[in-house]
Structure formats: C-alpha cells, structure tokens
Ligand binder design. Structure first.
Ligand SMILES: Cc1ncc(C[n+]2csc(CCOP(=O)(O)OP(=O)(O)O)c2C)c(N)n1
Length: 281
C-alpha cells in the first residue's frame, strides 16, 4: 500500500459520524437536520471520533448524543453543561460538544447556561429550540410565546414573556453566539463547524421545529432570513437583538476573550487545599 492510499483510507465521510442507532424522532422532526449537519461539520473538520465527545441532557433533542459516532453521554435533565465543562477541563485534548433542547437548557438547566457563558470553557453548545417540551408531550418551555394556547397545562397561554437565548448569552458573556435553522443544511453545518473551531464557549440556538406538538412551526421556513453578520462589538450585537424577530440566522457575535483552560486553578496542591479547610477544635 502506498502512503497516498493510506491517507485516503483515513478520511471519513459525514455518514461515518452517524452511529448505528436509528433515531426514534418523529418523521419530519427538525432534529434530523441537526444530526446531518453535525455529521457534516465533524467530517469537514476531520475530527477523529475517538477525540470527540458529545454530552447531552434529557429530551428528544438530547438523544443526539446517541446518534453521533463519537464518545457520548446522554445524561441528566439540564446537566449537559456542567458535565461538558468538567470533561473539557479534565481532557482538554478532546473536542467537546454539548447538546439539548430549550427545556433542558433554559428551564431546568438555565442556571448552568448563564455560568457556562461567563466561564467560557472551550466547548460548543447546540440548543435545538422548538419552543416546547417535546419528549413529555408538549408543555410550554421558557422560549414558548406567551400567547401559545396549544397545551392543556396553559390553555390561555403562559402569560410569561419568552426568554431570548441570544440576549441572555450576550449579557452573560458568551464570546461566540449564533442562530441557525435545522432546515437550512449548508448554513447550519457551516455555523456548527465555526462554533466547534472557535477557541472558547460557542453557543448556537438552532430553530428546530416540533411537527408533532407545534405543527404551525412548519411555517418557520418562510420566516427565516439569513442576515446576521458577525460583529465583535457587544453594543452593535445588542442593538441587532433589540430589533430581532427571532428568525434571523447567522453568526451574531464573535469576540476574543481568554478562555478558561484550567491552568488558572491548578496552582493549589490538594494537600494545601485540605489544610485551608481544616477545622481546629
Ligand atoms: C429532573 C427531571 N425533571 C423532569 C424530567 C422530565 N422531562 C424529560 S424531557 C423534558 C423536557 C424536554 O424538553 P426539551 O429540552 O425542550 O427537549 P425536546 O424533547 O423538546 O427536544 C422533561 C421535563 C426529567 N427527565 N428529569
């Protein structure tokens, strides 16, 4: 075998980044588009599956971790980010991707989201936002519109303003913030690849329709406009968001911020730490 064919054999295609598990998502679910785009991005970046880890919470979208051919953890509801943080700090050589839904990430995991943005550990967070709790049969989530009457638990609407994930990420300090659409495969794969390549915490809100509990979201494809332009100016990014209708896609904000790489906190020896907490009777 010559060396050229040996190199060829090592090149993986997007399909090689899909596991043998067949997705159990409903036919037409936006999350299929996200799986395809993640596979395409991993192939484009030529990341070895054995050097890549996907960590997810619980929900339909969080099943993504099982469907990607890499190390995976389908963990505890709302806890993908602390696990991803710990993994990246312990194994900085791995490419770490966290994934989940809007319920997982902004409701039970909301606190972790804010602190992951400000802590800025170098991993990517993909939120498949369908503005509903899909897995538990259609309750309102933090990104559900206040006048949505589709759930028996909130028949007159939630009467609470929907959270705005991009604004939250910007105010909490995330250095890379983007929005994408599950049904725009090339743009989605490009944004995911840029997020993974970014040296810091990279947040991507992916509008991913739930055709079962929110069939009206099929109309999202008519509302999407791919016109967010990256800026490193927080004021400019915030002004864009103040006029945002929630359907602009692209990279909103990309700024240099020193990433938390662990070494800042490794200056104390465990014995010294134990001494600091010693209680003298
Ligand atoms: C601690 C805990 N609380 C509640 C649940 C029930 N639960 C499972 S998935 C889910 C919501 C998932 O919604 P989302 O994250 O938006 O994902 P989707 O299913 O829509 O993709 C809830 C409340 C749980 N599994 N664990």
């Amino acid at each position: 075998m010559n060396s050229a064919s040996a190199i060829e054999l090592n090149v993986l295609s997007a399909n090689d980044y899909k596991s043998d598990y067949k997705p159990v998502w409903c036919p037409g679910c936006g999350d299929f588009g996200v799986l395809n785009a993640v596979a395409k991005a991993l192939a484009a970046l030529e990341l070895a599956p054995e050097n890549t880890a996907m960590v997810a919470g619980i929900g339909c979208s969080s099943r993504l971790a099982a469907y990607v051919n890499a190390y995976g953890l389908h963990g505890v509801h709302g806890r993908a980010l602390p696990v991803a943080t710990g993994l990246k700090v312990a194994r900085p050589d791995l490419t770490v991707i966290a994934a989940g839904g809007d319920g997982d990430g902004f409701s039970i995991g909301g606190n972790h989201f804010l602190h992951a943005c400000r802590r800025n550990v170098d991993f990517t967070y993909l939120v498949m936002d369908n503005s509903v709790y899909g897995m538990t049969k259609g309750q309102a989530s933090p990104t559900t519109e206040c006048d949505w009457t589709g759930s028996k638990l909130s028949p007159t609407g939630t009467h609470q303003p929907a959270l705005k994930p991009l604004e939250l990420a910007l105010t909490a300090g995330a250095p890379f913030i983007a929005r994408a659409f599950s049904n725009a495969p090339n743009e989605l794969a490009r944004i995911i690849a840029e997020a993974i390549a970014f040296p810091g915490f990279a947040f991507v809100q992916i509008l991913s329709p739930c055709i079962t509990y929110r069939p009206e979201q099929l109309a999202w494809k008519k509302r999407i406009h791919a016109d967010l332009e990256p800026t490193a100016d927080r004021r400019e990014a915030m002004l864009t968001l103040l006029d945002d209708d929630g359907f602009g896609t692209g990279i909103l904000y990309r700024a240099e911020r020193s990433s938390w790489r662990g070494e800042h906190f490794n200056t104390i020896e465990p014995a010294q730490l134990a001494q600091a907490f010693e209680v003298n009777a």
